[in-house]
Design a protein around this ligand. Structure first.
Ligand SMILES: NC(=O)c1ccc[n+]([C@@H]2O[C@H](COP(=O)([O-])OP(=O)(O)OC[C@H]3O[C@@H](n4cnc5c(N)ncnc54)[C@H](OP(=O)(O)O)[C@@H]3O)[C@@H](O)[C@H]2O)c1
Length: 267
C-alpha cells in the first residue's frame, strides 16, 4: 500500500500565547501538524498540548528568539532536519507599545520593537522563504496591525508594522513565481493575553476602545485565526500580497467619525 502523505505542516512563530496560539490551535483543528515557536517553553509546551487536543496529529514547541539571526537560523535547521519544509509559516511574534509622542520616543525602545516586530519577521521570512522557494510551494502569513494603515500614537510600533506591510508586498512579488504566497492580517484591538494585561494595568480603556469600532466589539484571537486559516489555505490560492484588516470596522469608522465632527450629518 502506498504511504499516506503527511498532513500539511504549519509553523507558528509567536504561537505561545494570544493571537498566535489561537492561530496554531485553529490549524490544529484542521488536522495540520503544528510547530509552535517562541521564547517561553512552559507556555509553548502548553500551546503544543492544546494543538494536540484540538486535533493536530503532531505538535511540538521549538524555542526561538526572533531578534537573533543565529536563533532563527537554528530554528530553520531544526525544522528542516526533523520535519521538512513547512507548508505554512505564520510570523506572529511581536511586542506592543503604549502611547507616546515621536519627539519623546526613546531609542532603546524603538530598537527593541523594531528588532522583534520587523527584523524578526524579516529573518523568518528569509529563512523559511528560501526553503519554500526551493520546495516550490508554501504560504507565509505576517501579522500587521491597524498601525500598518493608520498613524497611531505608537511611533516605534507603527513604523514596525508599516514595514511589515511593505515587506509582505515585496516578498509576495519576489516569491510568487516560485509558487509561494505571502499575505498578512491586520488585527484591530484583539483581546489577547498581551492586550488583557495592558487593560489590567490601566494602559488601555476598554469602553473607549469599543466605541471606536463600527461593530462595537473587540476582535477575538479566534477571529484573526479564521482569517489566517483562509489566507493560508487553497481557498486563497489566487491571493498574495494583501494585508487583510480584521478590526471590527475600526479603520472605516475612524475617518468617517472624524469627518462627521466637522460636517455633522443632518436629518
Ligand atoms: N492584541 C492586539 O490588539 C493586536 C493588534 C494588532 C496586532 N497585534 C499583533 O499580533 C501579534 C501577537 O500579539 P498578541 O496580542 O497575541 O500578544 P502576546 O499575547 O503578547 O503574544 C506575543 C507573542 O510573541 C512572542 N514573542 C515576543 N517577543 C518574541 C521574541 N523576541 N522572540 C520570539 N517570540 C517572541 C511571544 O512568545 P514568547 O513570550 O514565548 O517569546 C508570544 O507568543 C503581535 O505581532 C502584535 O503586534 C496584536
Amino acid at each position: 500500500m502506498p504511504d499516506r502523505p503527511e498532513p500539511p505542516l504549519a509553523l507558528v512563530i509567536g504561537g505561545t500565547s494570544g493571537i498566535g496560539r489561537a492561530i496554531a490551535t485553529r490549524f490544529a483543528a484542521e488536522g495540520r501538524r503544528v510547530l509552535v515557536a517562541g521564547r517561553d517553553a512552559a507556555r509553548g509546551e502548553a500551546a503544543a498540548a492544546a494543538c494536540r487536543e484540538a486535533g493536530a496529529p503532531a505538535a511540538a514547541f521549538l524555542p526561538v528568539e526572533v531578534g537573533d539571526p543565529a536563533s532563527v537560523a537554528a530554528l530553520g535547521e531544526t525544522v528542516a532536519a526533523a520535519h521538512g519544509t513547512p507548508d505554512v509559516l505564520v510570523n506572529c511574534a511581536g511586542i506592543l507599545q503604549s502611547g507616546r509622542r515621536v519627539l519623546d520616543q526613546p531609542l532603546e525602545e524603538d530598537a527593541a520593537i523594531w528588532r522583534v516586530n520587523y527584523r524578526g519577521t524579516l529573518l523568518a521570512c528569509q529563512t523559511f522563504g528560501q526553503m519554500m522557494a526551493r520546495a516550490g510551494r508554501g504560504a507565509i502569513l505576517n501579522v500587521g496591525s491597524l498601525a500598518s494603515f493608520a498613524p497611531l500614537s505608537l511611533p516605534a510600533y507603527t513604523a514596525s508594522k508599516r514595514a511589515v506591510l511593505a515587506l509582505t508586498e515585496i516578498l509576495a512579488a519576489e516569491l510568487g513565481p516560485a509558487g509561494v504566497r505571502v499575505n498578512a492580517v491586520a488585527p484591530g484591538y484583539t483581546l489577547s493575553d498581551g492586550l488583557r494585561a495592558r487593560i489590567a494595568a490601566g494602559e488601555r480603556d476598554p469602553e473607549a476602545i469599543l466605541a471606536t469600532t463600527a461593530l462595537r466589539r473587540f476582535v477575538q484571537p479566534a477571529d484573526v485565526a479564521e482569517a489566517a486559516l483562509f489566507l493560508c489555505s487553497e481557498r486563497a490560492a489566487a491571493i498574495t500580497g494583501v494585508t487583510l484588516p480584521v478590526d471590527a470596522g475600526w479603520l472605516v469608522l475612524a475617518p468617517q467619525a472624524q469627518y462627521a465632527r466637522g460636517n455633522p450629518v443632518r436629518p
